[in-house]
Design a protein around this ligand. Sequence first.
Ligand code: NAD
Ligand code: WQD
Length: 339
Amino acid sequence: MKVLVTGGAGYIGSHTVVELLQAGHDVVVVDSLVNGHAEAIERVQDLTGRPVDLEVGDIRDRPFLDRVFAAHTPSAVVHFAGLKAVGESVENPLAYYDVSVGGSRVLLEAMDAAGCHKIIFSSSATVYGEPQYLPYDEQHPTNPVNPYGRTKMMVEQILGDWCAADPACRAISLRYFNPVGAHPSGRIGEDPQGIPNNLMPYIAQVAVGQRPALQIFEDDYEARDGTGERDYVHVVDLAKAHVAAIEALEKHAGHQVVNVGRGQGVTVLELVAAFEQASDTDIARLIAPRRAGDLPSFYANASQAKALVGWQAELGIAEMCRDTWNWQCRNPAGFGASQ
Ligand code: NAD
Ligand code: WQD
């Protein structure tokens, strides 16, 4: 199958392109490179020995998309392109509605015009908001608490309406929990700009000596060891979920939503300990005040992914830490200046 991957030069997108190629699909990437790297696509081609067409442009640019669809005639789309920083979405919500909601609408219009009816969408477990019960299943009410989460919710709703209007249209929204890790080759991985917002890249930068200490936001929650508990999923497992989801579109009509997690909560202290073991380093840490908007516990019921998509995670916390460490050591400056 020929698959168009928006945002394929980014973190999760580049890993998914590898898995799509290795599963025998052909890939064209559309990416504005606002937060992605052409170098990631070069490395994906090295890793897989397969060519990838990179079309640099913006998903909000309809004439550009029309040219790409006409030139490549993809039969499915995997849609990663978007902005993803929760704090930035609070400060600049209109940019998030423009890129993530507006961009998705333009993409669907271009798909309609080209007769392409299948899409996998990068949604987020952040659509659930505060837990009414744990683990979160797909029936849990949605109540996103920031503009970023609301854009994900809105795109899911648009996809539901798009599928309802035309029985040929099929969509799966994958609600990711906490993606971490890197390709085991150490050639592609997450390259955050500036100070990382997320725990795993922050730990990795402390381990390699780029930052003095990890701040642990709160160690006094009631659950477990008092630190926040999350459902980390290896980015290679997550990438494979997209390949499985594309194949599942053949069987499932309409719009489906599917959690992508391991179904297991891991605390900040547990992740730090696993990283210390994987890297043979000590992670300096200090306790800091709770970060606004953080929840104590957040993890998936992942059974729908197995039932509907035929996917389940295979890699554990040790592999996530090992592969993050390998990527960080081999690419201390990310894609900018690495071996
Ligand atoms: P990323 O920033 O590495 O990748 C996004 C890619 O989209 C980048 O390469 C960027 O250049 C591109 N892009 C952004 N705006 C664009 C536009 N208007 N036109 C074309 N390309 C554009 O982020 P990621 O971590 O790989 O996330 C991918 C998707 O998964 C995002 O939609 C994100 O919201 C979603 N998601 C990520 C996480 C996470 O923790 N990383 C969790 C849940 C959901
Ligand atoms: C994990 C745990 C922190 C950093 C975010 C987005 C979510 C999704 C994934 C896109 C929490 C603690 C963190 C640090 C810490 N993205 N922490 N010190 O907040 O679960 O989810 O990324 O969809 O929408 O909100 O992930 O990695 O930031 O935090 O103690 O320096 O680590 O308090 O308990 P989070 P995270």
